[in-house]
Ligand binder design. Structure first.
Ligand SMILES: *Cc1c(COP(=O)(O)O)cnc(C)c1O
Length: 410
């Protein structure tokens, strides 16, 4: 798997530019950088200017911090946000590895407080606090629950509230009622934060699609001429009220993909994608042909013989399969085509079932194909969107399901 350093850095710049000058962009490298290799990608994104990286748990945070330490001087290290809560036994790693946990319960903060205090007097730890504005996954619910937890946080000194965040359920839907409701709840929650005299440095919300879909709020704010020139006016307003910096968290877009924008039924604005067309896939997943053979008409191919050659065919064998993340849904039958790879610039269709570690493709029309020929499994001519469409899923699941050796390429 080749990871293009140039494209990764360029996608970061495209997203950062689209987010606007005042809005910072956190680069999400969770799930091994969506299958791209977090240890390769984290330093590239840091050098591209990401002030924050996002991981899912302490273990990933330790890996990413370790990779950053090898590549980046300590004064220029980005912060690392651990986004999916924590377990009691992860609390110690947060302060030891300079990670910033996302929290929303007193229990979590008690674990952290004890871990930090055990490191010595005067030790402090920054935390980011998540508000559940409607996704019902993680976060404190605005109102009495939020006030109780904020009250606890405001009363002690070991933990410092560095950020407040929320996450949207329908960022790719233009004119989403759900998103609007979530933005309003977030604003109410921020009023509760202010009422407790807490002063976070950062306020963040949204993902790649939030930036891609930001034409709609530029539209909504068109009356306000100065706001229309910069994106995400609601986020900038909420952050400004708190005296904090606004930030968006991008993952998929960094790797060159973005969900298509959908529209709420009653949406009247123009839903134009802001960045989708300018993002380029970062990963090229390649393998080599390990066998070539010719078969007569009538030959059945692969498990259960789901594909039968209708005429003499030339087949190439590839040493990859579903164990590597090549989805089994890309299998074919005579009635239903499946996926394809690119060999010598041409499409070679997958024939029969994708097996655990082997896949057969059709090279009847590709005479150059020989043992050792390169086959592009994902890259120019075949994308994670193609695989997702055939497998009935989203590109996220395709990318983070891949398992391969990674190498960085300029
Ligand atoms: C994964 C994640 C993101 C990034 O989302 P993309 O759709 O990949 O841009 C943002 N915020 C949180 C909390 C996440 O878990």
């Amino acid at each position: 798997m080749e990871i293009s350093e140039e494209r990764l850095a360029e996608n970061y710049r495209v997203l950062a530019q689209a987010a606007g000058d005042e809005v910072a962009v956190l680069a999400v490298v969770k799930a091994d950088a969506y299958g791209h290799g977090a240890e390769l990608c984290a330093p590239v994104l840091a050098q591209a200017g990401a002030p924050w990286l996002g991981v899912t748990d302490a273990q990933e945070g330790v890996t990413v911090r370790g990779a950053l330490k090898l590549a980046i001087p300590s004064s220029q290290q980005p912060k690392v946000l651990v986004m999916s809560g924590l377990l009691a036994d992860e609390a110690g790693a947060m302060s030891a590895w300079d990670l910033t946990p996302v929290v929303w319960t007193i229990e979590q903060m008690e674990w952290l407080r004890r871990a930090v205090e055990s490191r010595g007097p005067g030790e402090r730890l920054d935390v980011h606090f998540e508000i559940d504005t409607g996704m019902t996954r993680q976060g404190a619910v605005p109102g009495a629950e939020l006030d109780r937890v904020l009250g606890w946080l405001a009363a002690q000194r070991t933990l410092r509230l560095d950020g407040v965040m929320t996450h949207f359920a329908s960022a790719e839907v233009a004119g989403s009622h759900l998103t609007l409701e979530q933005q309003q709840r977030f604003e109410q929650a921020m009023a509760q934060v202010r009422a407790r005299r807490l002063r976070p440095q950062w306020v963040h919300a949204g993902n790649s699609s939030t930036i891609d879909n930001s034409a709609e709020d530029a539209h909504a704010d068109a009356v306000n001429a100065s706001a229309s020139s910069s994106r995400l006016p609601w986020l900038r307003r909420i952050a400004a009220e708190a005296g904090a910096r606004p930030m968006v968290r991008t993952g998929l877009g960094l790797y060159g993909y973005c969900l298509p924008i959908e529209q709420e039924e009653d949406f009247l604005g123009a839903a134009a994608a802001q960045v989708r067309s300018r993002l380029r896939p970062v990963m090229t997943w390649k393998t080599c042909v390990i066998g070539v053979r010719e078969v007569p008409a009538g030959t059945r191919i692969g498990y259960n013989g789901t594909f039968t050659a209708q005429q003499p065919m030339r087949l190439a064998l590839l040493p990859i399969g579903y164990a590597d993340g090549l989805r089994r849904e890309l299998s074919s039958t005579n009635d239903r085509p499946g996926g394809w790879v690119i060999i010598a610039g041409r499409c070679a269709s997958i024939l029969g079932r994708v097996s655990m570690n082997l896949t057969v493709v059709d090279v009847t029309e590709i005479p150059e194909a020989a043992v050792g020929s390169e086959a592009v499994v994902l890259g120019e001519g075949v994308t994670a969107d193609d695989h997702a469409r055939i497998a009935g899923t989203i590109p996220y699941e395709i990318l983070c399901g891949l398992r391969a050796f990674h190498a960085l390429r300029p």
